[in-house]
Design a protein around this ligand. Structure first.
Ligand code: HEM
Length: 505
């Protein structure tokens, strides 16, 4: 789902400094004290005021949290400022939380930046659990992201992947091709055209792309008020409030203009419609007695962008990087793709053939196991008091599920750190989260509704990269020196762009 670019070191330093200057003691009145009389989950000692904020670690919170799980167990409690947060790091606890007690851990906290930019969290991903969330999620699942709707975008995918193949073809023979840039461009274009078609209200596609980038950066920023609810004024003093308002106003202008163009230019019979057209019909006619309002439409369409672009692009990029680092695996996948693929008139591998490519699917799953694009899922919040693993968890406790650590847990995976796609062959381990050893899309009622939309583009893109081209590291670089270093933030991609030498088949 969303990309979280979080410079947590800077945020933490500012927090520690500013908060200690004002010496406001908030822990005493926090939920931490309420935990005192109950079976409290274990966890590291909390410092005054900041609690365990410093334990999140600067660049890679999922790694720091894995380290803490090794010390404190698969379920432990942190105090992020004054907010109690439970962290879960094993498949069996994920099963208990996301499946058995899904009805308890089904809400989300509403971060400050999401409230400010997503119309008070009226989207799906940040919406609190309740009737409204149920209705908008149903609309997304039935109308926007269903298998039938995903199929209806086949022509769009084929056209854009054909353009992508041509662009790589034009660069082939060169020693250094920026593969990351080409993948980002492809995923942005597909999502933008699926959501808005070509009706961008007179805006350049690049403007829309920049706006969405700004939004994802902002959504990855932890506000002071998220961890110290009583110190909201610091968000204003530190300029975050102004930044959120500025971004929200610009986004709203963009979405309003595209909405107006869609309203003035309704689809005629037989014409392809985009997701905004779908939402506008529901806005006009209602759906099973439920009426969307204009703000719901805007929040929902933004959700498709934030949830879809970075996740898809990072999945393709990590799979490609792992295949390049493991040339034997790449050769096997390439052999399989070339054996089964038949190309369409545009020279693109046909989607119908993808089903036969089990090794390609296995390679994607293996990349998602090692590099889930949302390594801590989207935080959950409990809606009532409950017991988990023998501990009391109070209502409104935040929960993080470390899917990154679960994917690398040696209890569940042999040679867990190695890229071995064949481990998925013959395993009934799908993306739906039924087996909680593998949950890159989350699980349960808040699990990702965009699985089919996302995986179809990932598979088609990679099949074409394998079918048409041979790939290797540039300038004779050897495999041993090719390290896969993660970027910082809560949704890490590759730290540096993936630069490869490419040769057409
Ligand atoms: C490879 C691609 C993708 C990955 C890895 C991914 C991953 C995730 C994850 C981990 C969550 C949180 C699940 C949880 O809390 O249990 C999520 C939620 C969500 N995703 Fe995706 N996602 C992908 C693609 C998409 C696409 C293409 C869309 C829509 C266009 C989408 C829409 C959503 C929405 C709306 C939610 C929030 C669901 C809710 O809170 O009810 N995702 N996704």
């Amino acid at each position: 789902m969303a990309s979280f670019e979080l410079d947590s070191t800077l945020v933490l330093l500012c927090l520690v400094f500013v908060v200690s200057c004002f010496a406001v003691v908030v822990r005493g009145s926090g939920t931490g004290r309420k935990y005192g009389v109950r079976a409290v989950p274990p966890g590291p000692l909390a410092l005054p005021i900041i609690g365990n904020l410093h334990k999140l670690g600067g660049a890679h919170p999922h790694r720091s949290l894995q380290g803490l799980a090794r010390r404190h167990g698969p379920l432990f409690l942190l105090h992020l400022g004054s907010v109690p947060t439970v962290v879960v790091s094993s498949a069996s606890l994920a099963e208990a939380l996301l499946r058995t007690q899904d009805h308890v851990f089904c809400s989300r906290p509403q971060p400050y930046t999401a409230r400010g930019t997503l119309y008070g969290c009226r989207d799906i991903a940040f919406s609190p659990y309740g009737e409204k969330w149920r209705q908008i999620r149903r609309i997304a699942v039935v109308h926007l992201l269903s298998m039938k709707r995903v199929d209806s975008f086949r022509a769009l995918r084929v056209e854009e992947v054909a353009r992508f193949v041509q662009r790589i073809g034009a660069a082939s023979g060169r020693e250094r091709v920026d593969v990351s840039e080409l993948i980002i461009d492809l995923t942005n274009t597909v999502i933008s055209k699926a959501a808005f078609g070509n009706k961008l209200g007179g805006m350049e596609p690049a403007t829309v792309r920049d706006m969405m980038k700004e939004l994802t950066v902002l959504l990855g920023t932890i506000a002071v008020s998220d961890v110290f609810p009583r110190l909201g004024w610091l968000d204003w003093a530190m300029g975050l409030d102004a930044r959120v308002k500025r971004t929200a106003a610009r986004l709203d202008t963009v979405v309003e203009r595209t909405l107006a163009e869609h309203e003035g230019n309704r689809v005629k019979d037989g014409e392809a419609c985009d997701l905004l057209d779908d939402l506008l019909s529901i806005y006009k006619d209602g759906d099973q007695g439920f009426k969307l309002d204009r703000t719901d439409v805007k929040a929902l369409i933004l959700d498709m962008f934030i949830a879809g672009t970075d996740t898809i692009y990072k999945t393709i990029e990590w799979t490609m990087a792992e295949l390049v680092r493991n040339p034997r695996e790449m050769a096997k996948v390439q052999y399989e793709v070339r054996l089964h693929a038949a190309a369409s008139a545009q020279g693109v591998v046909l989607e119908e053939e993808l089903e036969k490519m089990s090794l390609l699917h296995a390679a994607i799953k293996e990349a998602l196991r090692l590099h889930p694009p949302v390594p801590l899922l989207i935080p959950r919040e409990s809606i009532e008091d409950t017991r988990l693993h023998g501990y009391d968890i109070l209502a409104k406790t935040r929960v993080m599920v470390n899917t990154w650590a679960i994917g690398r847990d040696s209890e569940s995976w042999e040679n867990a750190e190695e890229f071995l796609p064949e481990r998925f062959i013959g395993q009934a381990m799908e993306y739906n989260g039924k087996d909680t050893r593998f949950i890159p899309f989350g699980a349960g009622r808040r699990g990702c509704p965009g699985i089919a939309f996302g995986t179809r583009l990932v598979e088609l893109t990679l099949a074409n990269m394998m079918y048409h081209f041979d790939w290797k590291l540039p300038n004779g670089q050897d495999i041993e020196s090719f390290e896969l270093i993660e970027s910082s933030g809560l949704s890490p991609g590759l730290k540096s762009a993936l630069i490869l030498a490419v040769k057409p088949l």
